[in-house]
Design a protein around this ligand. Structure first.
Ligand SMILES: *Cc1c(COP(=O)(O)O)cnc(C)c1O
Length: 406
């Protein structure tokens, strides 16, 4: 996508605005499937929590992907978008037995991540094919909030509990068809990934009826120029070879599953916001935009550094800015960032705004959530309208008129 296209979309649909480039999502999907083309049965389940707009789900379905979901509502959205139940995986953490049973009744593959639920579910439904999420205790991931495989993590069944796990499976006679792990986001070192894979293979050997192995996700994507990213091609080469050897050893062609979120949609997203005010203080120059962490929380939440460009005046002299939002709380997108000289009314473009941006947006400060546009075949298509005042009032009920005093 080019700056002139983005400016035109901001003009047409207003700001702030999320724009997603369909072509980029497709090329990332192709990159991943190509890297693993030596694996006979490969399946990519899109982790929809990254970006859950129904049109995006439909687009990714057309590419041939399945879905990875973490809540019953995500399952329902997936079904609504047209995914067949057998194309949907459900990988929740800390949800009730009732919700798992409800999702199972929809024909969706369930994945269980603790022994308590495993025992209860297996006792009641011994014939249901179940996947088990293990925790390989590998420290991977960009920071502690997004590293989920380490020893203190709440995710997965610890590999140290394997004897207990096997006893439950034996006693309930439940049908374990898959083993899953997901060790965190932003994994750089493919050796760490391969090391965790060995642990998964070791666990897998203990189960006789497996159909698939799910390696989760966590691929790191570049955030700025010359930034490092997971070498998918290298991982593909090494892991495919190892996976195929494991299948030979296991005596059965298993399906290899990945569930990328960020990898598929992060770089496809652009967030556009207008500069309301340029405020020079004694120590810094603030560029205040018509948005805040209500629309893009990652910088405040994870310390994420989204690259920011002034697409209205890209060729100006570069100056240092603190880019801030309009929320009545510290609301900083970037500190001391070199950006082409900003004038009030300019449009700033935030890169990598596809994953965990709109999907984490809120109405804090009673602001409307932005509109979303899909850029497809050289044209912008509105895929979510900007909210209106009615949306803020939805589900709210006024004070009962009979009450006159507290
Ligand atoms: C969040 C999540 C993913 C996707 O992670 P990314 O880093 O966005 O690729 C995959 N699997 C599970 C179980 C998740 O919770």
């Amino acid at each position: 996508m080019q700056a002139k296209d983005l400016l035109q979309l901001a003009e047409q649909f207003g700001n702030p605005l999320y724009v997603y480039d369909a072509e980029k999502i497709q090329s990332q999907y192709n990159r991943l499937t190509k890297a693993f083309s030596k694996v006979d049965k490969l399946r990519v389940n899109y982790a929809m929590k990254a970006l859950s707009n129904v049109a995006i789900l439909q687009l990714i379905k057309e590419m041939g992907a399945g879905l990875d979901t973490v809540s019953i509502q995500e399952v329902e959205l997936g079904l609504h978008a047209g995914y067949a139940p057998e194309k949907i995986f459900y990988t929740p953490n800390g949800v009730s037995l009732e919700e798992i049973e409800e999702v199972n009744a929809m024909g969706v593959q369930i994945n269980i991540d603790n022994l308590s639920i495993l025992e209860q579910f297996g006792t009641k439904h011994p014939n249901v094919p179940v996947c088990i999420r293990i925790n390989p205790h590998v420290m991977a991931g960009g920071n502690t909030n997004i590293s989920v495989g380490h020893i203190d993590s709440k995710f997965g069944i610890s590999i140290h509990q394997l004897p207990h796990l096997l006893r439950i499976v034996e006693n309930t006679k439940m049908n374990i068809v898959g083993i899953h792990m997901h060790t965190g986001s932003d994994i750089l070192d493919i050796e760490v990934f391969l090391y965790a894979a060995e642990i998964l293979f070791d666990v897998a050997k203990k189960f006789k009826n497996l159909e698939f192995l799910d390696f989760g996700s966590g691929f790191k994507v570049p955030y700025k120029k010359d930034d490092i990213e997971t070498d998918i091609e290298e991982l593909g080469k090494k892991l495919s070879k190892r996976f195929n050897a494991f299948c030979t050893e296991y005596g059965k062609e298993l399906t290899l599953i990945f569930e990328p979120g960020k990898f598929l949609v992060s770089e496809a997203g652009f967030f556009l916001a207008k500069v309301n005010v340029v405020k020079q203080t004694t120590s810094t120059v603030f560029a205040g935009i018509d948005s805040g962490f209500n629309h893009l929380i990652r910088p405040m939440f994870y310390g994420s550094q989204h690259h920011i460009e002034n697409i209205s005046h890209p060729k100006g002299k570069e100056r240092f800015y603190s880019v801030v939002g309009y929320i009545c709380e510290t609301d900083t997108f970037a500190n001391n960032r070199r950006i082409s000289e900003i004038k009030e009314g300019d449009i700033l473009c935030f890169r990598n705004a596809g994953a965990y941006c709109f999907s984490m947006a809120s109405n804090y400060n009673s602001r409307y959530k932005p509109a979303e546009v899909l850029w497809l075949n050289g044209e912008g298509h509105l895929i979510r309208a900007r909210e209106t005042f009615e949306d803020l009032l939805k589900n709210q009920l006024p004070l009962p008129t009979a009450i006159t005093t507290v």
